[in-house]
Design a protein around this ligand. Structure first.
Ligand code: 2IO
Length: 402
Protein backbone atom coordinates (compact mmCIF):
# COMPACT_ATOMS: atom_id res chain seq x y z
CA UNK A 1 0.00 0.00 0.00
CA UNK A 2 1.24 3.46 -0.86
CA UNK A 3 0.96 6.08 1.80
CA UNK A 4 0.84 9.77 0.98
CA UNK A 5 4.26 10.46 2.48
CA UNK A 6 6.07 7.75 0.56
CA UNK A 7 4.53 8.27 -2.88
CA UNK A 8 4.91 11.10 -5.35
CA UNK A 9 4.03 11.33 -9.03
CA UNK A 10 7.38 13.10 -9.29
CA UNK A 11 9.23 9.91 -8.24
CA UNK A 12 11.47 8.23 -10.78
CA UNK A 13 9.60 4.96 -10.25
CA UNK A 14 6.33 6.63 -11.23
CA UNK A 15 7.91 8.16 -14.31
CA UNK A 16 9.41 4.79 -15.33
CA UNK A 17 6.04 3.05 -15.24
CA UNK A 18 3.04 5.10 -14.10
CA UNK A 19 0.62 2.35 -15.15
CA UNK A 20 1.55 0.06 -12.28
CA UNK A 21 0.50 2.75 -9.76
CA UNK A 22 -2.88 3.66 -11.22
CA UNK A 23 -5.03 0.88 -9.70
CA UNK A 24 -3.78 1.60 -6.19
CA UNK A 25 -4.30 5.35 -6.67
CA UNK A 26 -7.87 4.97 -8.00
CA UNK A 27 -8.78 2.66 -5.12
CA UNK A 28 -7.18 4.25 -2.08
CA UNK A 29 -6.31 7.81 -3.08
CA UNK A 30 -8.46 8.81 -6.04
CA UNK A 31 -7.37 12.44 -5.63
CA UNK A 32 -3.64 12.66 -4.95
CA UNK A 33 -2.22 15.89 -3.54
CA UNK A 34 1.32 16.76 -4.60
CA UNK A 35 2.78 19.25 -2.10
CA UNK A 36 5.88 20.16 -4.16
CA UNK A 37 3.64 21.77 -6.79
CA UNK A 38 0.54 22.39 -4.64
CA UNK A 39 -1.61 20.51 -7.19
CA UNK A 40 -4.16 17.71 -7.22
CA UNK A 41 -4.09 14.60 -9.44
CA UNK A 42 -7.45 12.98 -10.25
CA UNK A 43 -7.38 9.32 -11.24
CA UNK A 44 -10.93 7.93 -11.66
CA UNK A 45 -12.77 7.91 -14.99
CA UNK A 46 -15.99 9.33 -13.57
CA UNK A 47 -14.23 12.17 -11.72
CA UNK A 48 -12.11 13.14 -14.74
CA UNK A 49 -15.21 13.10 -16.91
CA UNK A 50 -17.14 15.24 -14.39
CA UNK A 51 -14.31 17.81 -14.26
CA UNK A 52 -13.81 18.07 -18.02
CA UNK A 53 -17.55 18.41 -18.69
CA UNK A 54 -18.08 21.01 -15.94
CA UNK A 55 -16.50 24.03 -17.62
CA UNK A 56 -18.58 26.32 -15.38
CA UNK A 57 -16.61 25.25 -12.32
CA UNK A 58 -13.30 24.11 -13.79
CA UNK A 59 -11.55 26.73 -15.92
CA UNK A 60 -8.51 26.30 -18.15
CA UNK A 61 -6.65 29.05 -16.26
CA UNK A 62 -3.50 26.89 -15.76
CA UNK A 63 -2.74 27.41 -19.47
CA UNK A 64 -2.13 31.11 -18.83
CA UNK A 65 1.10 30.21 -17.07
CA UNK A 66 1.87 26.91 -18.77
CA UNK A 67 1.12 27.71 -22.42
CA UNK A 68 0.39 31.37 -23.18
CA UNK A 69 3.98 32.64 -22.79
CA UNK A 70 5.27 30.24 -25.46
CA UNK A 71 2.12 30.25 -27.59
CA UNK A 72 2.61 34.05 -27.84
CA UNK A 73 -1.08 34.56 -27.10
CA UNK A 74 -4.18 32.71 -25.94
CA UNK A 75 -4.86 29.21 -27.37
CA UNK A 76 -8.34 27.87 -28.18
CA UNK A 77 -8.58 25.95 -24.89
CA UNK A 78 -8.25 29.22 -22.95
CA UNK A 79 -11.22 30.87 -24.64
CA UNK A 80 -14.88 30.68 -23.62
CA UNK A 81 -18.28 31.85 -24.83
CA UNK A 82 -18.89 33.40 -28.25
CA UNK A 83 -15.18 33.98 -28.96
CA UNK A 84 -14.43 30.32 -28.29
CA UNK A 85 -17.23 28.92 -30.45
CA UNK A 86 -16.47 31.27 -33.35
CA UNK A 87 -12.71 30.63 -33.38
CA UNK A 88 -13.13 26.92 -32.73
CA UNK A 89 -15.46 26.74 -35.74
CA UNK A 90 -12.83 28.40 -37.92
CA UNK A 91 -10.26 25.77 -36.92
CA UNK A 92 -12.76 22.87 -37.20
CA UNK A 93 -13.46 23.90 -40.81
CA UNK A 94 -9.73 23.75 -41.52
CA UNK A 95 -9.84 19.99 -40.75
CA UNK A 96 -13.13 18.88 -42.29
CA UNK A 97 -14.85 17.82 -45.49
CA UNK A 98 -12.97 18.44 -48.75
CA UNK A 99 -10.08 20.07 -46.89
CA UNK A 100 -9.57 16.89 -44.85
CA UNK A 101 -9.81 14.73 -47.98
CA UNK A 102 -6.98 16.76 -49.55
CA UNK A 103 -4.99 16.57 -46.32
CA UNK A 104 -5.32 12.76 -46.40
CA UNK A 105 -3.54 12.72 -49.78
CA UNK A 106 -0.83 15.02 -48.45
CA UNK A 107 -0.41 12.74 -45.40
CA UNK A 108 -0.06 9.67 -47.64
CA UNK A 109 2.55 11.38 -49.83
CA UNK A 110 4.59 12.37 -46.78
CA UNK A 111 4.39 8.89 -45.25
CA UNK A 112 5.52 7.29 -48.53
CA UNK A 113 8.37 9.71 -49.02
CA UNK A 114 9.68 9.28 -45.48
CA UNK A 115 9.50 5.47 -45.28
CA UNK A 116 10.94 4.89 -48.73
CA UNK A 117 14.66 5.13 -47.88
CA UNK A 118 14.24 2.51 -45.14
CA UNK A 119 12.44 -0.12 -47.19
CA UNK A 120 15.58 -1.70 -48.74
CA UNK A 121 17.29 -1.85 -45.32
CA UNK A 122 14.64 -3.91 -43.50
CA UNK A 123 14.85 -1.74 -40.41
CA UNK A 124 13.42 1.55 -39.17
CA UNK A 125 12.98 3.27 -35.84
CA UNK A 126 9.30 4.27 -35.90
CA UNK A 127 9.98 7.20 -33.53
CA UNK A 128 13.34 8.62 -34.55
CA UNK A 129 13.67 7.62 -38.22
CA UNK A 130 10.08 8.23 -39.19
CA UNK A 131 7.52 9.49 -36.64
CA UNK A 132 9.08 12.77 -35.54
CA UNK A 133 9.84 13.98 -39.05
CA UNK A 134 6.46 12.74 -40.30
CA UNK A 135 4.67 14.71 -37.55
CA UNK A 136 6.48 17.94 -38.46
CA UNK A 137 6.16 17.42 -42.24
CA UNK A 138 2.41 16.93 -42.01
CA UNK A 139 1.96 19.91 -39.70
CA UNK A 140 4.05 22.15 -41.96
CA UNK A 141 1.98 21.08 -44.98
CA UNK A 142 -1.28 21.80 -43.10
CA UNK A 143 -0.01 25.27 -42.26
CA UNK A 144 1.49 25.84 -45.69
CA UNK A 145 5.04 26.24 -44.39
CA UNK A 146 8.26 25.24 -46.13
CA UNK A 147 9.31 21.67 -45.27
CA UNK A 148 12.93 22.58 -45.92
CA UNK A 149 12.69 24.37 -42.56
CA UNK A 150 11.60 21.20 -40.76
CA UNK A 151 14.71 20.65 -38.61
CA UNK A 152 14.62 24.21 -37.35
CA UNK A 153 10.87 24.06 -36.68
CA UNK A 154 11.30 20.68 -34.93
CA UNK A 155 13.94 22.19 -32.62
CA UNK A 156 11.78 25.18 -31.75
CA UNK A 157 8.81 22.86 -31.24
CA UNK A 158 10.62 20.59 -28.77
CA UNK A 159 11.62 23.54 -26.60
CA UNK A 160 8.06 24.92 -26.70
CA UNK A 161 6.59 21.49 -25.92
CA UNK A 162 9.07 21.06 -23.07
CA UNK A 163 7.90 24.39 -21.63
CA UNK A 164 4.21 23.43 -21.85
CA UNK A 165 4.54 19.85 -20.61
CA UNK A 166 7.26 19.76 -17.95
CA UNK A 167 5.96 19.60 -14.39
CA UNK A 168 8.94 21.31 -12.74
CA UNK A 169 10.98 23.20 -15.31
CA UNK A 170 14.49 24.43 -14.42
CA UNK A 171 15.04 28.16 -15.01
CA UNK A 172 17.53 27.69 -17.88
CA UNK A 173 15.09 25.41 -19.73
CA UNK A 174 12.30 27.92 -19.10
CA UNK A 175 14.38 30.66 -20.71
CA UNK A 176 15.32 28.37 -23.58
CA UNK A 177 11.64 27.59 -24.24
CA UNK A 178 10.73 31.29 -24.25
CA UNK A 179 13.65 32.07 -26.53
CA UNK A 180 12.65 29.37 -29.05
CA UNK A 181 9.02 30.55 -28.95
CA UNK A 182 10.16 34.08 -29.79
CA UNK A 183 12.29 32.78 -32.67
CA UNK A 184 9.35 30.77 -33.97
CA UNK A 185 7.13 33.85 -33.74
CA UNK A 186 9.74 35.90 -35.62
CA UNK A 187 9.79 33.21 -38.33
CA UNK A 188 5.98 33.26 -38.61
CA UNK A 189 5.30 37.02 -38.65
CA UNK A 190 6.42 37.80 -42.23
CA UNK A 191 4.61 34.66 -43.44
CA UNK A 192 1.39 35.83 -41.78
CA UNK A 193 1.71 39.23 -43.49
CA UNK A 194 2.30 37.47 -46.84
CA UNK A 195 -0.79 35.29 -46.44
CA UNK A 196 -2.93 38.28 -45.46
CA UNK A 197 -1.96 39.96 -48.73
CA UNK A 198 -2.10 36.84 -50.89
CA UNK A 199 -4.01 33.98 -49.25
CA UNK A 200 -3.67 30.36 -50.43
CA UNK A 201 -5.63 27.29 -49.30
CA UNK A 202 -3.53 26.51 -46.23
CA UNK A 203 -4.60 26.88 -42.59
CA UNK A 204 -2.57 30.06 -42.01
CA UNK A 205 -4.42 31.73 -44.90
CA UNK A 206 -7.75 30.57 -43.49
CA UNK A 207 -6.93 32.03 -40.10
CA UNK A 208 -5.83 35.29 -41.75
CA UNK A 209 -8.95 35.68 -43.85
CA UNK A 210 -11.52 34.34 -41.35
CA UNK A 211 -13.61 36.96 -39.61
CA UNK A 212 -14.68 37.03 -36.01
CA UNK A 213 -17.59 39.41 -35.27
CA UNK A 214 -17.03 40.98 -38.68
CA UNK A 215 -13.35 41.75 -38.11
CA UNK A 216 -10.24 39.85 -39.10
CA UNK A 217 -8.24 38.23 -36.31
CA UNK A 218 -5.28 40.14 -34.94
CA UNK A 219 -1.78 38.95 -35.79
CA UNK A 220 -1.30 37.96 -32.14
CA UNK A 221 -4.42 35.75 -32.29
CA UNK A 222 -3.36 34.19 -35.58
CA UNK A 223 0.17 33.56 -34.26
CA UNK A 224 -1.15 31.86 -31.11
CA UNK A 225 -3.50 29.63 -33.11
CA UNK A 226 -0.65 28.62 -35.44
CA UNK A 227 1.56 27.84 -32.42
CA UNK A 228 -1.37 25.92 -30.90
CA UNK A 229 -1.86 23.80 -34.04
CA UNK A 230 1.89 23.29 -34.42
CA UNK A 231 2.25 21.98 -30.86
CA UNK A 232 -0.96 19.97 -30.75
CA UNK A 233 -0.45 18.32 -34.16
CA UNK A 234 3.25 17.54 -33.71
CA UNK A 235 3.68 16.45 -30.11
CA UNK A 236 1.33 13.41 -29.90
CA UNK A 237 1.82 11.99 -33.42
CA UNK A 238 5.05 9.95 -33.22
CA UNK A 239 4.00 8.71 -29.77
CA UNK A 240 0.63 7.41 -30.95
CA UNK A 241 2.04 5.80 -34.07
CA UNK A 242 4.82 4.07 -32.14
CA UNK A 243 2.35 2.78 -29.51
CA UNK A 244 0.11 1.42 -32.26
CA UNK A 245 3.03 -0.52 -33.74
CA UNK A 246 4.16 -1.74 -30.34
CA UNK A 247 0.72 -3.05 -29.42
CA UNK A 248 0.28 -4.77 -32.78
CA UNK A 249 3.75 -6.38 -32.60
CA UNK A 250 3.01 -7.48 -29.03
CA UNK A 251 -0.30 -9.01 -30.16
CA UNK A 252 0.45 -10.93 -33.39
CA UNK A 253 -3.11 -12.27 -33.55
CA UNK A 254 -4.52 -8.73 -33.61
CA UNK A 255 -1.82 -7.61 -36.08
CA UNK A 256 -2.86 -10.43 -38.42
CA UNK A 257 -6.52 -9.42 -38.13
CA UNK A 258 -5.73 -5.77 -38.90
CA UNK A 259 -3.64 -6.78 -41.94
CA UNK A 260 -6.44 -9.03 -43.10
CA UNK A 261 -9.19 -6.43 -42.54
CA UNK A 262 -8.11 -2.76 -42.77
CA UNK A 263 -11.55 -1.75 -41.48
CA UNK A 264 -10.16 -2.71 -38.04
CA UNK A 265 -7.50 0.02 -38.13
CA UNK A 266 -9.70 2.73 -36.50
CA UNK A 267 -10.44 0.36 -33.60
CA UNK A 268 -6.72 -0.41 -33.27
CA UNK A 269 -5.96 3.33 -33.11
CA UNK A 270 -8.78 4.02 -30.64
CA UNK A 271 -7.67 1.15 -28.39
CA UNK A 272 -4.08 2.42 -28.59
CA UNK A 273 -5.25 5.86 -27.48
CA UNK A 274 -7.23 4.37 -24.62
CA UNK A 275 -4.52 2.00 -23.44
CA UNK A 276 -1.53 4.35 -23.86
CA UNK A 277 -2.70 7.92 -24.55
CA UNK A 278 -0.02 10.35 -25.80
CA UNK A 279 -1.37 13.10 -23.51
CA UNK A 280 -1.51 11.89 -19.89
CA UNK A 281 -2.46 15.10 -18.10
CA UNK A 282 -5.11 17.75 -18.68
CA UNK A 283 -4.92 20.71 -16.26
CA UNK A 284 -7.96 22.55 -14.91
CA UNK A 285 -8.59 25.05 -12.09
CA UNK A 286 -11.75 25.33 -9.97
CA UNK A 287 -12.72 28.97 -9.44
CA UNK A 288 -14.54 28.05 -6.19
CA UNK A 289 -13.83 25.43 -3.53
CA UNK A 290 -14.96 21.97 -4.71
CA UNK A 291 -14.98 18.35 -3.59
CA UNK A 292 -13.74 15.61 -5.87
CA UNK A 293 -14.15 12.01 -4.63
CA UNK A 294 -14.72 13.39 -1.09
CA UNK A 295 -11.46 15.34 -1.23
CA UNK A 296 -11.82 19.07 -0.70
CA UNK A 297 -9.94 21.18 -3.26
CA UNK A 298 -9.57 24.92 -2.57
CA UNK A 299 -10.39 27.49 -5.25
CA UNK A 300 -7.52 28.38 -7.57
CA UNK A 301 -5.52 25.16 -7.21
CA UNK A 302 -4.35 23.26 -10.28
CA UNK A 303 -6.13 19.97 -10.83
CA UNK A 304 -4.51 17.49 -13.23
CA UNK A 305 -6.88 14.99 -14.85
CA UNK A 306 -4.92 11.75 -15.24
CA UNK A 307 -6.02 10.46 -18.62
CA UNK A 308 -3.76 7.39 -18.50
CA UNK A 309 -5.45 6.29 -15.28
CA UNK A 310 -9.03 7.22 -16.24
CA UNK A 311 -8.64 5.18 -19.44
CA UNK A 312 -7.71 2.11 -17.35
CA UNK A 313 -10.48 2.47 -14.78
CA UNK A 314 -12.27 -0.90 -14.41
CA UNK A 315 -15.48 1.05 -13.74
CA UNK A 316 -15.27 2.29 -17.34
CA UNK A 317 -13.50 -0.53 -19.21
CA UNK A 318 -13.58 -4.25 -18.48
CA UNK A 319 -10.13 -5.85 -18.03
CA UNK A 320 -8.65 -2.37 -18.59
CA UNK A 321 -4.95 -3.27 -18.79
CA UNK A 322 -5.54 -5.64 -21.71
CA UNK A 323 -5.05 -4.30 -25.24
CA UNK A 324 -8.03 -5.54 -27.23
CA UNK A 325 -9.19 -3.88 -30.45
CA UNK A 326 -12.43 -5.87 -30.18
CA UNK A 327 -13.40 -4.74 -26.70
CA UNK A 328 -17.16 -4.08 -26.69
CA UNK A 329 -16.83 -1.07 -24.39
CA UNK A 330 -14.46 0.82 -26.72
CA UNK A 331 -17.22 2.43 -28.82
CA UNK A 332 -15.00 2.76 -31.90
CA UNK A 333 -17.55 4.72 -33.94
CA UNK A 334 -17.51 7.50 -31.32
CA UNK A 335 -13.85 7.22 -30.38
CA UNK A 336 -12.76 10.29 -32.35
CA UNK A 337 -15.72 12.47 -31.32
CA UNK A 338 -16.73 14.38 -28.19
CA UNK A 339 -18.77 11.30 -27.18
CA UNK A 340 -15.66 9.09 -26.94
CA UNK A 341 -15.62 6.78 -23.93
CA UNK A 342 -11.83 6.94 -23.61
CA UNK A 343 -10.59 10.46 -22.85
CA UNK A 344 -7.37 10.63 -24.84
CA UNK A 345 -8.85 13.61 -26.72
CA UNK A 346 -10.25 15.05 -23.49
CA UNK A 347 -14.00 15.57 -23.43
CA UNK A 348 -16.49 18.40 -23.08
CA UNK A 349 -16.23 21.95 -24.43
CA UNK A 350 -12.52 21.84 -25.18
CA UNK A 351 -12.37 18.30 -26.55
CA UNK A 352 -9.57 17.99 -29.13
CA UNK A 353 -10.41 20.01 -32.23
CA UNK A 354 -8.02 17.88 -34.29
CA UNK A 355 -9.42 14.44 -33.40
CA UNK A 356 -10.82 13.74 -36.90
CA UNK A 357 -7.56 14.89 -38.45
CA UNK A 358 -5.54 12.73 -36.02
CA UNK A 359 -7.63 9.70 -37.00
CA UNK A 360 -6.88 10.21 -40.70
CA UNK A 361 -3.22 10.96 -40.01
CA UNK A 362 -2.51 7.84 -37.94
CA UNK A 363 -4.74 5.64 -40.13
CA UNK A 364 -2.95 6.74 -43.28
CA UNK A 365 0.53 6.35 -41.80
CA UNK A 366 -0.38 2.89 -40.47
CA UNK A 367 -1.75 1.87 -43.86
CA UNK A 368 1.37 3.04 -45.72
CA UNK A 369 3.79 1.46 -43.22
CA UNK A 370 1.94 -1.84 -42.75
CA UNK A 371 1.48 -2.08 -46.51
CA UNK A 372 5.20 -1.65 -47.15
CA UNK A 373 6.60 -3.96 -44.44
CA UNK A 374 6.12 -7.71 -44.05
CA UNK A 375 6.41 -9.36 -40.65
CA UNK A 376 7.25 -6.29 -38.49
CA UNK A 377 9.12 -7.31 -35.30
CA UNK A 378 11.52 -5.83 -32.76
CA UNK A 379 15.21 -5.54 -33.37
CA UNK A 380 17.43 -7.85 -31.30
CA UNK A 381 18.05 -6.95 -27.65
CA UNK A 382 15.72 -3.98 -27.86
CA UNK A 383 14.92 -2.44 -24.48
CA UNK A 384 11.55 -0.71 -24.48
CA UNK A 385 11.35 2.61 -22.64
CA UNK A 386 8.76 5.41 -22.39
CA UNK A 387 9.32 8.98 -21.32
CA UNK A 388 7.13 11.80 -20.04
CA UNK A 389 4.55 12.60 -17.38
CA UNK A 390 2.42 15.08 -19.35
CA UNK A 391 2.90 13.85 -22.88
CA UNK A 392 4.28 10.32 -22.82
CA UNK A 393 5.55 7.93 -25.43
CA UNK A 394 8.27 5.51 -26.51
CA UNK A 395 11.76 7.07 -26.69
CA UNK A 396 12.45 4.74 -29.63
CA UNK A 397 10.84 1.85 -31.47
CA UNK A 398 13.43 0.19 -33.71
CA UNK A 399 11.77 -2.53 -35.75
CA UNK A 400 12.80 -5.00 -38.42
CA UNK A 401 10.76 -6.23 -41.32
CA UNK A 402 11.03 -8.20 -44.53
C1 2IO B 1 -1.18 23.35 -26.97
C2 2IO B 1 -0.13 18.86 -24.96
C3 2IO B 1 0.62 19.49 -27.17
C4 2IO B 1 -3.84 21.47 -27.10
C5 2IO B 1 -1.71 23.19 -25.58
C6 2IO B 1 -1.15 24.28 -24.77
C7 2IO B 1 -3.23 23.21 -25.46
C8 2IO B 1 -3.93 21.89 -25.71
C9 2IO B 1 -3.25 19.58 -25.11
C10 2IO B 1 -3.10 19.17 -26.51
C11 2IO B 1 -1.72 18.62 -26.84
C12 2IO B 1 -0.54 19.42 -26.28
N1 2IO B 1 -3.53 20.86 -24.81
N2 2IO B 1 -3.47 20.22 -27.41
O1 2IO B 1 -3.15 18.78 -24.23
O2 2IO B 1 -4.13 22.24 -27.97
Amino acid sequence: TLTASEFSVLDESFHDDPYRFFAEMRESRPVHYEPAIDSYFVTRHRDVKAILTDDETFTTAPLQVRAEPVMRGPVLAQMTGAEHSAKRKIVVRGFAGRVLAKQAEMIRANARELIEPFLPTGRVDIVNDFGKQFAVYVTLDVLGLDKRDWRQVAQWHSAVAEYVTTIILPEDRRRHGLHCAEELERYLLPIIEERRADPGDDLISRLCTAEYEGIAMSTRDVTALIMNVLAAATEPTDKTLAQLFRHLIDHPDQLAQVLEDPALVPAAIAETMRHTPPVHLIPRQPWRPVEVADTPIPAGKTVFCMIGSANRDPDAFADPDTFDIHRPDLGTARSFTAAAHHMAFGTGLHQCVGAAFAKVEIETAAEVLLGAMRDPRYGEDFQYREEGLYTRGPVALPIRFT
